[in-house]
Design a protein around this ligand. Structure first.
Ligand SMILES: *[C@@H]1O[C@H](CO)[C@@H](O)[C@H](O)[C@H]1NC(C)=O
Ligand SMILES: *[C@@H]1O[C@H](CO)[C@@H](O)[C@H](O)[C@H]1NC(C)=O
Ligand SMILES: *[C@@H]1O[C@H](CO)[C@@H](O)[C@H](O)[C@H]1NC(C)=O
Length: 252
């Protein structure tokens, strides 16, 4: 019985408590009707929490701010009746952060807002890439954005990369789009690559890569050398050990 009535009672309490009197959050930029503040990286968001007009400020009560449930430290003069918090500069981590203001003695007198930080993928510039023939070519582009990009495409010399030729493979984990090709060939893989991301609100952004395929250099076969060195050392050690047994036999 308890298990069934507990949540019901809780919701009933919340419902009854909400409309009577409360605190209100105002902000620059303004809060939308669904309690969201739209902002962008590097901007400033200022939040002001106030007791509703017409309500007497409880003399002994203070306002408390929480960011994602953690108390925000406030200066002394910034707690009675009206309290402000400034978030600047806005960073990636502020996206989705919830700011809650409540009376310190009555947590049911509360209001919350959530930040929606929008940004486009960080794509720009030109990178020079050198890759040896027969090695692996790996190109990466940031695709992390809010709202998510609506498309991300790769081109080579201006036309969409054909995954069916040139041993290309394409992966995207939501943060990074990666185009790779193994056993690089000059004729197939050299050229100018571009990744183009399209954001539903910011439009296109892109990054270029100028890929040069260089001749294969002869690498020293390292493992056989190590093996050889080990064998020489072991032989030496064995020689010393067998000599040592002889020596100690003589001394006995
Ligand atoms: C807390 O606030 C609610 C909503 O206004 C009110 O109904 C309730 O009596 C208050 N509780 C206390 C302990 O002051
Ligand atoms: C954040 O803003 C973007 C762009 O206006 C919108 O597409 C997205 O739905 C918003 N997200 C939230 C959680 O409000
Ligand atoms: C791309 O263009 C460059 C320069 O014109 C050319 O050398 C290269 O072979 C081209 N790459 C492909 C794969 O066609």
């Amino acid at each position: 019985m308890k298990a069934i009535f507990g949540p019901v009672l809780f919701h009933l309490l919340l419902f009854c408590a909400a409309p009577t009197f409360g605190v209100r959050i105002q902000s620059v930029p303004a809060v939308t009707s669904d309690g969201v503040i739209q902002t962008e990286l590097e901007r400033t968001v200022s939040l002001v929490c106030q007791l509703d007009a017409g309500h007497e400020t409880p003399v002994d009560d203070e306002l408390v701010w929480l960011r994602n449930g953690q108390a925000v430290s406030l200066t002394e003069g910034n707690k009675k009746g009206r309290s402000s918090v400034c978030v600047t500069p806005i960073i990636y981590k502020d996206n989705g952060a919830t700011f809650t203001c409540h009376l310190s003695k009555n947590v049911t007198v509360t209001a919350s807002v959530t930040l929606n930080v929008t940004y486009h993928p960080q794509l720009s510039g030109l990178e020079e890439v050198e890759v040896e023939e027969e090695a692996e070519l790996v190109l990466r582009c940031d695709s992390w954005a809010n709202p998510p990009v609506s498309s991300l495409s790769w081109t080579l010399n201006g036309s969409v990369v054909d995954l069916t030729v040139g041993r290309f493979s394409l992966t995207n984990d939501g943060c990074t789009s990666q185009l790779s090709a193994n056993l690089v060939e000059k004729g197939l893989h050299e050229g100018t690559y571009q990744c183009i991301a399209t954001s539903p609100i910011y439009g296109e952004s892109s990054r270029q890569f100028r890929v040069t395929v260089t001749e294969k250099t002869l690498k020293l076969p390292l493992y056989p050398i190590i093996a050889g060195v080990v064998v020489v050392c072991l032989t030496g050690l064995l020689a010393v050990v067998s000599r040592w047994t002889k020596i100690s036999k003589c001394c006995r």
